[in-house]
Ligand binder design. Structure first.
Ligand code: ATP
Ligand code: MG
Length: 337
């Protein structure tokens, strides 16, 4: 079968899956074009891992349909498995083996000869900056090294579709950047990546399209830019000279911009949404008008910036609650597993 495909990599309609009383998937629809990173973004418990497990044929849906490169994930699970690979949220390499032993073993399981498996393992370890660590047991790796070896394991045979389930959760910024580079390199080689993440900036940086998942459904879909413009054309951040003038500034911004105005913990800071009111003016013209109003009222502004809304603000606008991962709960959940 040709590796090049014209149709979408994934199509899912109305997927449902419950665990007892919990509806993990509640009618999930998805269309993932081939050849790019597609982000599945949502908070803890949104249903991301469940969706990935269904699409990777590890879990049967209760209802709905899904196809991967045109193959039904239930009726043609073998054909799907031949084209996909998964790096799970909870990694699957053998802790007691060394990095190179893990990759050689997995290569052998995929049917490579001993020397081909060895060669591929060394090539991947080098590409992922793990040559020095190759002979060490994986349980002695840092979190970042561990994630890299996980991803290396899942691209041994260059899958057409790679599922990456929260590949950077718990990593420091430097390791996250390394994983992002790897994801970009994988896509450059023609693999489609379905990436789940709770990090809005990660989806923003890597994905060409994003589905926002909440309570087992997609509540918004589009390019990062489309999602951002759906909540307004920008956000102004202001710092005032005098904290006492903040209530008046808040009132004026509300009146001129029409969108929600937020006061920050910092007593002189204010954030206001621009362009959410259907106004004809573009964001910078509206922001300029607002600044003019503040100046006329004698309110001194020390610092001003106009930026695109962040995906955090998108999530807040869509769900009325922030998308901040609840770290403590997550640790408890992991401890309970
Ligand atoms: N095997 C299972 N048994 C029981 N409940 C489950 C199981 N797997 C998932 N769930 C429940 O289904 C819901 C969706 O879980 P899922 O793991 O898909 O979420 P997620 O979006 O991946 O969350 P996270 O960001 O925390 O990984 C949650 O309420 C979860 O507790
Ligand atoms: Mg998950």
């Amino acid at each position: 079968m040709s590796r090049r495909t014209t149709g979408p990599a994934i199509e899912a309609e109305g997927l449902t899956r419950s665990f007892g009383e919990t509806r993990a998937l509640a009618g999930l629809d998805l269309k993932v074009p081939a050849g790019a990173v597609y982000g599945l973004l949502g908070p803890n418990g949104a249903g991301k891992t469940t969706a990935v497990r269904v699409l990777a044929t590890l879990l049967r849906p209760d209802g709905g349909q899904a196809r991967v490169f045109g193959h039904d994930v239930v009726a043609a699970a073998d054909a799907v498995r031949a084209r996909v690979s998964l790096t799970g949220q909870y990694a699957s390499v053998d802790e007691d083996l060394t990095g190179v032993e893990n990759l050689v073993l997995l290569g052998r399981l995929l049917g490579l000869t001993k020397s081909a498996a060895r060669q591929r393992a060394e090539q991947l370890l080098a590409a992922f900056g793990l040559t020095e660590a190759a002979g060490r047991q994986v349980k002695k790796y840092s979190g970042g090294m561990r994630r890299r070896v996980d991803i290396a394991a899942s691209i041994l045979n260059t899958p057409d579709l790679l599922f990456l389930d929260e590949p950077t959760t718990g990593l420091d910024p430097r390791s996250r950047n390394q994983v992002w580079e790897i994801v970009r390199a994988v896509v450059a080689h023609g693999t489609t990546v379905l990436l789940t993440t709770q990090y809005l900036d990660e989806a923003d940086k890597l994905a060409s399209r994003i589905a926002v998942v909440d309570h087992g459904r997609v509540i918004a879909e589009g390019s990062p830019g489309e999602l951002k413009s759906s909540v307004g054309s920008g956000t102004v951040h202001l710092r005032l000279r005098d904290a006492d003038q903040r209530p008046e500034a808040e009132r004026l911004l509300q009146a001129t911009l029409g969108g929600p105005v937020q006061v920050e913990a910092d007593a002189v800071a204010i954030t206001a949404r621009v362009g959410g009111d259907g106004s004809e003016l573009d964001a910078s013209a509206q922001a300029a008008r607002a600044l003019g109003e503040l100046s006329r009222a004698g309110i001194m502004v020390d610092d001003f910036s106009l930026g695109q809304p962040s995906l955090d603000e998108v999530f807040l606008a869509l769900t009325d609650r922030p998308a901040v991962p609840v770290t403590d709960e997550r640790d408890e959940l992991e401890a309970a597993r």
